[in-house]
Design a binder for this molecule. Structure first.
Ligand SMILES: [Zn+2]
Length: 334
């Protein structure tokens, strides 16, 4: 119903793959569609990330990027979502001549075109810096997040292999983002431990943490995240696939909720992880046996954590309540 952690390149539909492969004259490979999903027996985040090479190769021009963004927004709307924040790294789309700004403008045009005929639904873009990129490339991404912050770009993120550099390496970069008034999310505490989550908050000004499941819930850490209303974007299936967590039973949902932490449920990658928000709630329901009010609490957490105006938040909360019964039924019937 609401997805705050959703990567565009990891969420192309099979139809998108087919259409864009013809349009771009790129072969999908003999093992398509198997090769678009997480590798069998995947053992690490690094291995998981290899699944982004093919979709990225299809998104190297303005038309393709706009097309893919529009397709994703349309699919979310048709599936009954009320809000989504779609993220991508503009710097990964510059292999065939687009600048990072061309990439942002293209994705924005796809987003806006899809939103034109939709009511009681909204979506924004998040621009990702990459841990393995050089400083100037990431700086360009930060500048674009600042430039387009009032034009449907709601945030700047740091993604990529978490073990590449620790958070302190990016301090200057995110100082600049903060000074420019951009909201900040950091992928942290997924492949690495609690200290990366704390660095993201203390050094990189993160308002939300992508994953963060490895945060140690010490009294001091709980105080820090609750006082600063830091939101956590859990993506359970993705965490199992990258072996960040061994099974759904170990998703620290109850502990985070018990401590009053703003935790949200998201998909990460609809295609690579073969999931969506409904499936994530279903997987977790099997373990946590949510009551309806608990599902509502989690959905309202997502609205609380969303980078939207108070007016839009109130309006979307009404939509969540309208759809709650049928969503809950779909979660528990599975
Ligand atoms: Zn992610």
């Amino acid at each position: 119903m609401i997805d705050l952690h959703l990567h565009l390149d990891g969420s192309l539909s099979l139809e998108d793959f087919k259409f864009l492969s013809e349009y771009n004259h790129v072969e999908l490979g003999d093992d398509f569609p198997k090769n678009v999903y997480v590798p069998e027996g995947c053992t690490s985040l690094e291995e998981y990330l290899t699944r982004f090479d093919l979709p990225c190769s299809l998104l190297q021009n303005e038309f393709s990027l706009a097309y893919a963004t529009k397709s994703l927004v349309n699919r979310l709307y048709e599936a009954g979502y009320v809000y989504a924040e779609i993220r991508f790294a503009p710097q990964l789309h510059t292999l065939k001549g687009m600048s990072q700004e061309d990439a942002v403008i293209s994705a924005l045009s796809g987003l806006k075109s899809a939103l034109k005929d939709k009511e009681n639904f909204d979506a924004n873009l998040i621009l990702c810096c990459m841990r393995q990129a050089d400083y100037e490339t990431n700086r360009e991404t930060v500048k674009l997040a600042v430039k387009y912050k009032n034009d449907k770009v709601c945030c700047v993120d740091l993604a990529g292999p978490e073990a590449f550099h620790t958070g302190d390496f990016y301090k200057e970069l995110f100082d600049e983002a903060k000074e420019g008034g951009a909201n900040i999310i950091i992928h942290a505490g997924e492949a690495c431990g609690s200290e990366e989550v704390i660095r993201a908050i203390d050094l990189l000004h993160a308002k939300r943490i992508g994953h963060g499941v490895h945060l140690d819930l010490t009294r001091e850490n709980v105080r820090k995240v609750t006082e600063n209303r830091i939101a956590f974007e859990f993506c359970p299936t993705s965490n199992l696939q990258t072996t960040s967590l061994p099974n759904y039973e170990t998703v620290p949902l109850s502990d985070f909720l018990k401590n009053g932490i703003l935790v949200t449920i998201n998909s990460d990658n609809m295609t690579v992880s073969n999931t969506d928000v409904l499936k994530e709630y279903r997987h977790l329901f099997k373990v946590f046996k949510f009551a309806k009010y608990e599902v509502r609490h989690l959905l309202m957490n997502s609205l609380d954590a969303a980078f939207i105006s108070p007016e839009l938040r109130s309006k979307l909360a009404v939509e969540v309540d309208k759809k709650l019964d049928s969503f809950y039924q779909k979660v528990i019937e599975y």
